[in-house]
Design a protein around this ligand. Structure first.
Ligand code: AMP
Ligand code: MN
Ligand code: MN
Ligand code: MN
Length: 285
């Protein structure tokens, strides 16, 4: 039987970044939903990895280490998921620490931008939702603006306040594509382009992203993710074959109240793709 029929969920977030559940609660939820192979992929952080791996083990679930690295490419933010790397490798630990730097200053500037349109105290408001002081993110601002009645839901906050050109948006320079891929691969992991359907790239820019990612040693792409529509599953399955990349599957679950797709509930990977867990069989804990 093809190994693509495996309930693997290799993308989600805990309170260590911008999720609302602890690593332990996520592990329990993943297990209850039938996940067989799990990875916690907090943004720019590996601080939850030991807890996640231990909880996975307690539930009898297989585990791969994970993170989701923020990268600036062609003037946009791109996310690169790392899987199966050594979470104690000093190169990735230090690289992620540097990538997290500057989030606090950025958040202060976001708050000033929001104050200019009459929304005051957003920094302090967002901080109430932050589990990790080094990882204040737009998601925490979005939760605060929903809770304080400015918007109905977080996607409305992003549309009106937190995306390029809106009052709370502050451009930020993250890691380079090359750095992110190298940190992951130097630690024996596999780098995966996260939710490629979410970026606003032209076809040429998208081609450049895939080509440069390959050239730096990147090996995988998310095909089935909570961020893709069914036609995008097909498009990125084709791209995986064209670029000879292995395929990943992950819900990108953040919160029971916000996420459309729950852990472990996505469709299977399309056939004829090599699942990323085949490449990482020797790294599964
Ligand atoms: P940051 O790293 O601070 O720029 O925040 C990025 C996070 O914001 C992403 O990881 C998502 O969790 C969240 N996000 C981005 N765009 C949207 C959106 N349109 N709707 C809801 N959440 C979003
Ligand atoms: Mn997020
Ligand atoms: Mn992402
Ligand atoms: Mn994510």
């Amino acid at each position: 039987m093809s190994t693509s029929i495996l309930n693997a969920d290799l993308h989600c977030h805990s309170v260590v970044s911008d999720g609302t559940l602890t690593p332990e609660a996520l592990a329990a939820r993943a297990h209850a939903n039938g996940v067989e192979l799990w990875a916690l992929t907090d943004h720019d952080e590996v601080g939850g990895q030991q807890r996640a791996a231990a909880s996975a083990k307690a539930h009898g679930m297989k585990y791969l280490t994970g993170t989701e690295i923020s990268v600036t490419f062609a003037g946009q933010t791109v996310h690169i998921v790392g899987l199966g790397f050594d979470a104690q490798d000093p190169r990735i630990v230090e690289g992620l620490r540097r990538t997290r730097g500057g989030r606090s200053e950025r958040a202060q500037e976001m708050s000033q931008g929001l104050a200019r349109v009459g929304i005051h105290g957003a920094f302090e408001g967002a901080l109430k939702y932050v589990g990790n002081p080094e990882l204040i993110s737009r998601t925490h601002f979005a939760r605060h603006l929903v809770e304080s009645g400015v918007c109905q839901d977080t996607s409305e906050v992003f549309r009106h306040y937190l995306t390029d050109g809106k009052p709370g948006f502050v451009p930020h320079r993250w890691a380079s594509l090359k750095e992110a891929v190298q940190w992951i691969t130097e630690g024996q992991g596999v780098a995966v382009i996260a939710h490629p359907g979410r970026y606003n790239f032209t076809a040429n820019e998208e081609f450049a992203l895939f080509s440069e990612f390959k050239a730096h040693g990147g090996q995988g792409v998310e095909v089935v993710t909570g961020s893709h529509t069914p036609p995008e599953y097909v498009k990125y399955a084709d791209m995986a074959r064209e670029f000879n990349l292995v395929a990943s599957r992950g819900s990108d679950f953040h919160s029971p109240d916000e996420s459309r797709i729950d852990l472990g509930t996505l469709p299977w990977l399309p056939g004829q793709l090599t699942p990323v867990w085949e490449l990482l069989a020797h790294r599964i804990q």
